[in-house]
Design a protein around this ligand. Structure first.
Ligand code: CS2
Ligand code: MG
Length: 403
């Protein structure tokens, strides 16, 4: 089955998405997600200028060989743009392969290992009371796992804590990067107070999670982990900037708080120290940023040897196509942990009709052949690309910091 053409579609039904559509000489098509939030057009160019011309005429069913061809063949390995481009092509090829087999993708990955995929959703708030109310309401909607974030009193609301984290990151996405303010000494004592109130309100039956967004140093993260231990969090996410994997050794020495990291990782080599030394409990790579279904499966299989479980990144900027691929992997692997799920705008659902479905805290992959997600190109035309950036963060004295 030969690849005859590949199209790149960039559209913004609420958030910018980069989608590839692969055509074959047998009439089967497949789609893949190549979105890198805030750097979308670079992936589109990488695909159009450097990937697509090399793939025309190749056998669409050779997913592993094409993955290696794009990874090793480029000479310049890894990196978010390269791996998102590889990821997009890989998802589309797995889609075609599963359609050719007339099976849902999960069957080609080993079949179902579980009946349903547990997700967590986000609750943010300007103060502790607002977050508690939000978590109680979400629990009533059937969620068994909830991420809770709170603004720091006296500072403007920061990314992830606004009132509507489900949609467009609470209004924190702007045509140019917004500048936010961060103060660790005000944040550190606040978070344990939040989780104390949350446990009082919802008890210990529900999984509670928290995302630090890479904002602490290892010893600060160790302090926070210790302070949170009585409240038994499911995880503490991205406690420190993760480029220096060794930093997690310091956190691990001090706390039994489970740790999650990896949403900015794009290859197995970003994870080797963390996984082999068992410095983390959950690895947060996602199909779009880690080289598609092939890349994701390699990382999760490696993690399984070391008791590290999966936790695919799944915010709004991971498109429904990558979400579909994540769900098929989630349901098939043995070391599944949890799946993040923020939900999408109505326009996004209109643009990406899909067979996966969400119901009361759980996702199902659906039974359509392939990964089950299609793109309506007529709808995509209604929502052209619009520049949109994540914020940057500064300390109160103006120093640029991680967020
Ligand atoms: C977040 C994301 O989902 C998460 O855990 O950290 O909102 C992340 O900041 C964005 O996806 C970045 O594009
Ligand atoms: Mg995160």
């Amino acid at each position: 089955m030969k690849i005859t053409d590949i199209k790149v579609i960039v559209a913004s039904p609420g958030r910018n998405f980069v989608t590839v559509k692969v055509y074959t000489d047998q009439g089967l098509t497949g789609i893949g997600d190549g979105t890198v939030n805030g750097r979308e057009l670079s992936v589109a160019s990488y695909l159009k200028d450097h990937v697509i011309p090399t793939l025309i005429g190749k056998d669409a069913l050779r997913t592993e060989d094409i993955w290696q061809y794009l990874y090793k063949g480029a000479y310049w390995r890894r990196g978010p743009i390269t791996m998102a481009a590889i990821g997009a092509i890989d998802m589309a090829l797995w889609d075609i392969k599963a359609k050719a087999a007339n099976m849902p993708l999960y069957q080609l990955l080993g079949g179902k290992s579980r009946d349903k995929v547990m997700v967590y959703k986000h609750v943010g708030g300007l103060d502790i009371g607002e977050v508690v109310e939000g978590v109680v309401a979400m629990r009533e909607q059937g969620l068994d796992a909830i991420r809770a974030q709170v603004s720091i009193p006296g500072l403007p609301p920061i990314y992830g804590t606004g009132p509507s984290t489900d949609q467009a990151a609470g209004g924190m996405i702007h045509p140019l990067p917004n500048e936010e303010v961060w103060a660790t000494h005000k944040y550190l004592p606040l978070v344990p107070k939040l989780f104390e109130k949350l446990r009082d309100a919802v008890g210990y039956d529900v999984h509670l999670l928290h995302d630090v967004h890479h904002r602490l140093t290892p010893i600060e993260a160790a302090r926070l982990g210790k302070d949170l231990e009585p409240f038994r969090l499911f995880w503490l996410e991205d406690a420190i900037p993760a480029e220096l994997q060794e930093g997690f050794r310091i956190i691990r020495q001090h706390t039994t708080q489970p740790l999650a990291v990896g949403e900015v990782f794009n290859s197995i080599f970003d994870t080797t120290t963390l996984i082999t030394e068992q410095l983390i409990d959950y690895i947060r790579v996602t199909s779009v940023h880690a080289g598609g279904v092939t890349g994701l499966k390699k990382i999760f299989d490696f993690a399984s040897i070391y008791h590290v479980r999966s936790a695919c990144h799944g915010p709004m900027d991971v498109s429904p196509v990558a979400m579909g691929c994540n769900i098929h992997v989630d349901v098939a692997i043995n070391n599944f942990g949890i799946q993040e799920f923020s939900g999408y705008t109505e326009a996004t659902h209109e643009m990406f009709p899909c067979s996966w479905s969400y119901d009361r805290g759980y996702l199902q992959p659906g039974e359509a052949p392939g990964h089950g997600v299609e793109i309506d190109e007529k709808v995509a035309e209604k929502y052209p690309y619009a520049p949109a950036y994540l914020p940057v963060a500064r300390l109160e004295d103006g120093t640029l910091t991680s967020w």
